[in-house]
Ligand binder design. Sequence first.
Ligand code: ATP
Length: 455
Amino acid sequence: MSNQSSDSVKRLQDLATMVSLAKRRGFVFQSSEIYGGLNSCWDYGPLGAQLKLNVKRAWWNSMVRRDDVVGLDAAILMHPTVWKASGHVDGFSDPLVDCKDCKTRFRADNTDSYINDKKCPNCGSKNLTEERKFNLMFKTHMGPTEDAGAVVYLRPETAQGHYVNYENILTSSRKKIPFGIAAIGKSFRNEITPGNFIFRTREFEQMEMQYFVKPGQDAEWYEKWREARWTFYKKIGIREENLRWKPHGPDELAHYAKAAVDVQYLFPFGWQELEGVHNRGDFDLTQHTKFSGKKLDYFEEATKERYVPYAIETAVGCDRLVLVVLCDAYREEISVDEESGKPDTRVVLGFHPDLAPVKAAVLPLSKKAELQGPSMKLRDELAQEFEVQYDDSQSIGKRYRRQDEIGTPYCITVDFETLNDQKVTIRHRDTMKQDRVALTEVSNYVAAGLRNFSK
Ligand code: ATP
């Protein structure tokens, strides 16, 4: 009797597995690795850069294809008074403690051993410094002089770009309240304890949206945006059992916030924040009016009322979402080979096809010239529409596995029969089902498959 194949699926157990896959397959590398790396800085390799772009595109489309949201790309460097007005110069700090014995530096407000017993998280010593406030903004100088007058900051959030452009956007886009501004861009925070791969870094990208509403309608819009954000995560294929809401208690609220809730994700290192949805009230526009002297209010034609709008913010880290997408997509399918009886593991990144960095791979069965011609022709044709890889080295089985591991939805095999019947074999990543499809139909077949994909 032959062995029955018994399939079981294992999900990602630890972050190290993902860090290693990400490096091996060219998703994420340590920054400046040949110099020993730079703490908490990461570079996105060929597949990572494409994945990140796809994540940004998914977010951007979910925002600015709405009639009530417009896009913005603001500069990283802003007038220094922006950060006085926003409260960042005075208030954007974390409590910092040093261990006098092992010299470990850590954040007092999120380190369990310190919160519970006032102990160092590394060596357990109680020989610690007092808590000191440490401002997280990176400072630099504009122009050739390094005097205090030339100090500027690398922005610690993109949101202030939305507020200082509120009036320009309102006038130029002819939008009416309620409307939103969405932006994607780099932010910088001199985090005391960065870590967990690309989860918390000092340089990162944010995808933020500020939605301006009439005071009194803020609670309703806050709920609507919570719903919209949850729908977004479902739509890009994040498994719902790995997501939850975590409201901020009154003592956790940021200085500007009337209400706040986090979307948390179950990372291999536990539940952690992925996105914040905040009701910022009129704090920011009021502050910028105070500091700039410019009125940033709104005149409502219908009611002849003038008011300072409230802002509902949705803020997610792009790098953090890339980590979520990677962790959530990872699976190991373990089966027993029917003939040999040996266990076999297939590693798959089951990305939603909108996010998959490579949509299809063209795999000629052999390197022989007669297959190369039609294979390259097919590759070039498909590359007009999608990201495609061409791979002709090693066995077809190994090539399928390589594509599974980078999450390619379709593998297209060109074989000797193709030369007679002008057909190729298309293999599906998730089911491994194979279809024989006419060469002229491949592009339509793949496009339809990507469009109609459901988990
Ligand atoms: P924390 O309390 O964890 O430092 P935060 O609540 O201050 O973060 P926000 O200011 O609300 O974070 O930023 C919005 C989003 O930006 C976060 O939900 C997160 O996804 C992302 N983000 C914030 N800081 C970092 C960082 N250092 N590295 C990567 N992403 C970050």
